[in-house]
Design a protein around this ligand. Structure first.
Ligand code: GLA
Length: 721
C-alpha cells in the first residue's frame, strides 16, 4: 500500500503543479451566517488569507481582496515571523513550501459546511490539509490541520499550529483568563505591543492552572459586552498549548494557536497523519457578549460538550463537609440528607479507597482503587443501594491518572510512572503522574472508570491534581519529545473508550480546581469544576471569567461553607447562575435555612431549562463596578432569569437600575422575585409588576438591594404574558 502510494506520489510530482490543480479563480470562502474567512490562491500557488471579519454584502467583493498574508505559513524559506509549521525532512533539510493542491467543500449537516484545503510541497512529499467546519447559525468556525508525508524516513515536526489567522488593525486588545489555585479565570485585558505575546502552558497535565486556552481579540479598539468587533478563540486541547500573537513591523498581527511545541518535536513516520487539536473561533460585531453566546450555542448544540442539550444532575458533594473523615454510617446519613434537600445525586469525594495504605489524607493510597474496608465494609455497592433507597443517584470521585509513592500501585508498577531515571522523584501534593502514553496504563485507567460505572455509579468526578515535572516516560524510550502530545492522546483514547460503553453518564472534569477548562476535554465531560474556591464573592469573578467561553450548564457551582459570613441566600444565588450543587452539612442547617434550600433546589430545577439552555447576557460586570448582573433568556424569549449581586458595595453608594437585554421588546413580562428566605418579603420595586421588554431594556429595573448592602443578591423570574 505504501509502495503504491509512493509511486502515485512520484507520478504526481512528474506533472507540473499547475496542471495537477488549477488555482481556483474564485476565492475559497469559509462562511457562516455573519462571518467570513476568505482564502485565495496567488503566485506560486501560495494560499493567502485575504479576509476575516463580518460577511461582506456582495460576494463579488471577495474577488478583489489584496493577498498580503500567507494563510498557514511554513518555516525555512522566506518566512520572517512565527511559523505555523516547521518540518525537518528525512534528509535534514529544514524547509517547507506549501502550494495549493485542491479544495473540497461539502454540506455535512443542515447547519454545517466543511472545507478541506490541500497543500503540498512541490519538492518534498509532504501534504498538509487545512480543515474548516463552519456552523452557520452559531457563527462558529472550527479548524484544524493534518500533516502527512511519504518520505523514506520519518520527518520531524518542530511547530505544528492548529490554526493561523491574520489581522490588520491600528491596535489590538487581548483579553485573557489567567489564574492560580483558588483564583481561576481572572479576566485581564491589554493592548498588544510589537513583538510576540504568548499565552502558553508547559504544565502537561494540570495544564490550565495559570493560563487558559481561551481569549478575546479586539482589533482597533477594545470591545465591550455589547459593542465592537471581537474574535473569541479557544483551543480544544487538555495539555500544553501555545497561543502566540505576533505584531510585526507593519502592524499586522499573526495569531497562531496549537499544541505548545516546547520540548515536543514530533517524529512522524511516513503515511501516518499528524492531526492537530481543533481551534474554535467566532467573530462578533456586537461585542464580547455575542461572541460568548455564539460559543455557548455551538458548545451545547454542536457537540462541543457532552450532551449539551440534556439536563444535568443537581448534587450534594461531601468534600468540604467531611474531607477524608467519613465512614459508611456517616455517608448513609449524608445520602439521606441529600434526599431531604431534594437534589438528584450524592457525590462521594476523595478518601474512599486504599487498603494497604488507606487514603486517610493526601499522603497515601492514590492508585489503589479498592474501597477501604475499615471505612466502607460493604463497598461501593452498598452506597449505591443506599442512594437508590433514598431515591437519588450515587456518584464517585476518582483521580485515575495519579499515584502516591505510598501505594500498592507504585510498588507493583514503578515503570508506569513518569519520572526521570537518574534524579530524585519530585512530588507535588505527595503524588506522581502515571504514564498515559503507555497502553497498559490506558487499560488500567479505563478499568478504574469501568469498575465504578459498572457497579452502579451514575456520575464521576475525574480529578487531576498535579502537573508534570521531571518529565520522562519509560514507555517512550528514545521518543521523549512525544511525551506531552502522546499523554493527552492517551487520555483521549481512554475517554473515547469510556464514552463508547457509557455514552451519557455525566462526568465532571476537575483539576485541582479549574485547571482543565477546555473543549478538548469537554467533548467527553458534561461539566467542569471551575475552582476549589467556593467563597461566593470570589466565585462571581471566577464564574464570570469562564462564562465568557463556556455555557452555564458546564460550570459546576456549589453552595458551601467556605465563607459563612456570607448569607446562605447570597451563596445560593451565586451557585444558581451555574450548575447548582451543594457541599454542606445539611444536618447543620437551621429549619429556616433547610426550608430555603429545599425551595431553592425546586426553583432551580423548574428554571434550569432557561439557565442551562438560554442565551446569557452579562449586564453589569464585577470588573467594572461593585455589582454584577446577568440574565438568561430562553430562545423563545418567553422566559428569563435575571441575577443581581451587590459585591463590595460601599456605604451610601448609588445603585442604579440594570437594563436587561435579549427580551422581545414587544412582549410584556411579569417579574417575580424568587429565592427569598422564608417569611422574607421582596424589596425590589419591580416584584409582581409587568413591563414591556422595551421598557425593561431601555429603562431597566433594580436588580440589587436599593440600600446597597454588601453581598446581597436577588433573582428575578421574568415570564412573558
Ligand atoms: C482537588 C479538587 C477538590 C477535591 C480534592 C480532593 O483539590 O479540586 O474538589 O476533590 O481534590 O482531594
Amino acid at each position: 500500500m505504501s509502495v503504491l502510494r509512493s509511486i502515485c506520489w512520484l507520478l504526481l510530482l512528474a506533472v507540473p503543479l499547475a496542471a495537477q490543480a488549477q488555482a481556483p479563480t474564485a476565492p475559497i470562502v469559509v462562511e457562516t451566517a455573519h462571518v467570513s474567512l476568505v482564502l485565495a490562491v496567488g503566485q506560486h500557488q501560495k494560499l493567502y488569507q485575504t479576509y476575516l471579519g463580518p460577511k461582506l454584502a456582495s460576494p463579488a467583493n471577495y474577488q478583489a481582496l489584496p493577498q498580503r498574508h500567507e494563510a498557514y505559513v511554513p518555516a525555512g524559506t522566506s518566512n520572517l515571523f512565527e511559523p505555523a509549521l516547521r518540518v525537518v525532512h528525512a534528509d535534514g533539510n529544514p524547509s517547507l513550501v506549501l502550494a495549493f493542491a485542491g479544495v473540497e467543500t461539502a454540506q455535512t449537516g443542515d447547519d454545517v459546511r466543511t472545507t478541506t484545503i490541500h497543500l503540498r510541497d512541490p519538492l518534498y512529499p509532504v501534504e498538509v490539509q487545512l480543515h474548516f467546519v463552519a456552523y452557520q447559525r452559531e457563527d462558529v468556525i472550527k479548524t484544524w490541520t493534518e500533516i502527512v508525508h511519504h518520505e523514506k524516513k520519518p520527518v520531524v515536526l518542530a511547530n505544528y499550529a492548529s490554526a493561523m489567522l491574520h489581522f490588520e488593525a491600528a491596535h489590538y486588545y487581548l483579553t485573557q483568563l489567567h489564574g492560580d489555585w483558588a483564583e481561576e479565570a481572572q479576566q485581564e485585558e491589554s493592548a498588544l505591543t510589537s513583538g510576540t505575546k504568548v499565552l502558553d502552558t508547559k504544565l502537561g497535565t494540570r495544564a490550565g492552572w495559570y493560563q487558559t486556552p481561551s481569549f478575546f481579540l479586539a482589533p482597533d479598539r477594545p470591545a465591550t459586552e455589547t459593542t465592537g468587533e471581537v474574535l473569541a478563540g479557544t483551543l480544544a486541547w487538555t495539555g500544553n498549548f501555545r497561543l502566540a500573537f505576533e505584531l510585526d513591523n507593519e502592524r499586522a498581527l499573526r495569531v497562531s494557536a496549537g499544541i505548545n511545541p516546547y520540548a515536543s518535536e514530533y517524529t512522524l513516520p511516513a503515511e501516518q497523519a499528524f492531526t492537530t487539536p481543533e481551534f474554535i473561533f467566532t467573530y462578533s460585531t456586537q461585542g464580547k457578549g455575542q461572541a460568548s453566546r455564539n460559543l455557548h450555542r455551538w458548545a451545547r448544540q454542536q457537540g462541543g460538550i457532552l450532551d449539551g442539550t440534556l439536563p444535568r444532575l443537581t448534587l450534594l458533594n461531601n468534600w468540604e463537609a467531611t474531607f477524608f473523615d467519613f465512614d459508611e454510617p456517616k455517608l448513609d446519613g449524608l445520602m439521606a440528607d441529600a434526599a431531604k434537600l431534594g437534589v438528584d445525586l450524592f457525590l462521594l469525594d476523595d478518601g474512599w479507597f486504599g487498603n494497604k495504605y488507606p487514603r486517610k489524607d493526601d499522603t497515601q493510597g492514590l492508585g489503589d482503587w479498592q474501597p477501604t474496608t475499615a471505612k466502607l465494609p460493604n463497598g461501593v455497592g452498598h452506597l449505591v443501594q443506599t442512594a437508590t433507597k433514598q431515591g437519588i443517584k450515587f456518584g464517585i470521585w476518582i483521580e485515575p491518572e495519579m499515584v502516591n509513592p505510598k501505594s500498592a500501585l507504585y510498588e507493583k508498577h514503578p515503570s508506569w510512572i513518569l519520572k526521570l531515571p537518574n534524579r530524585p522523584e519530585d512530588y507535588y501534593r505527595n503524588q506522581l503522574v502515571l504514564d498515559l502514553t503507555n497502553p497498559q496504563v490506558q487499560d488500567f485507567v479505563y478499568g478504574i472508570v469501568d469498575a465504578q460505572l459498572s457497579q452502579g455509579a451514575a456520575y464521576l468526578k475525574w480529578d487531576c491534581n498535579r502537573m508534570i515535572t521531571n518529565a520522562y516516560s519509560q514507555h517512550l524510550g528514545k521518543d521523549q519529545s512525544h511525551l506531552y502530545v502522546d499523554y493527552v492522546r492517551g487520555l483521549y483514547r481512554v475517554l473515547a473508550r469510556v464514552r463508547q460503553k457509557y455514552p451519557h453518564t455525566p462526568m465532571m472534569l476537575c483539576s485541582g480546581g479549574g485547571a482543565r477548562a477546555d473543549y478538548g476535554g469537554l467533548k467527553y465531560f458534561t461539566e467542569f469544576w471551575p475552582s476549589d474556591d467556593t467563597d461566593a464573592l470570589e466565585r462571581v469573578y471566577i464564574q464570570w471569567g469562564f462564562l465568557n467561553f463556556f455555557p452555564s450548564n458546564t460550570l459546576a457551582s456549589h453552595v458551601t461553607n467556605w465563607n459563612r459570613s456570607q448569607s446562605l441566600k447570597f451563596r445560593t444565588d451565586v451557585a444558581m447562575m451555574g450548575k447548582l450543587g451543594y457541599d454542606i452539612e445539611v444536618s447543620k442547617l437551621s429549619p429556616e435555612e433547610l426550608q430555603f434550600s429545599q425551595q431553592a433546589v425546586k426553583e432551580y430545577k423548574r428554571l434550569s431549562p432557561v439557565i442551562w439552555q438560554g442565551d446569557l447576557y452579562k449586564l453589569r460586570s464585577p470588573y467594572e463596578s461593585n455589582q454584577a448582573a446577568l440574565v438568561y433568556v430562553a430562545y423563545k424569549q418567553d422566559k428569563a432569569v435575571a441575577f443581581g449581586y451587590n459585591l463590595r458595595t460601599r456605604f451610601h453608594e448609588t445603585v442604579l437600575p440594570v437594563k436587561l437585554q435579549g427580551l422581545d421588546p414587544a412582549r410584556r413580562y411579569r417579574l417575580t422575585e424568587i429565592n427569598l428566605m422564608p417569611g422574607q418579603k421582596s424589596e425590589l420595586p419591580a416584584n409582581g409588576q409587568t413591563y414591556s421588554g422595551d421598557y425593561l431594556q431601555k429603562v431597566g429595573v433594580m436588580l440589587s438591594d436599593p440600600e446597597a448592602k454588601q453581598l446581597t443578591s436577588h433573582i428575578l423570574e421574568l415570564t412573558a404574558e
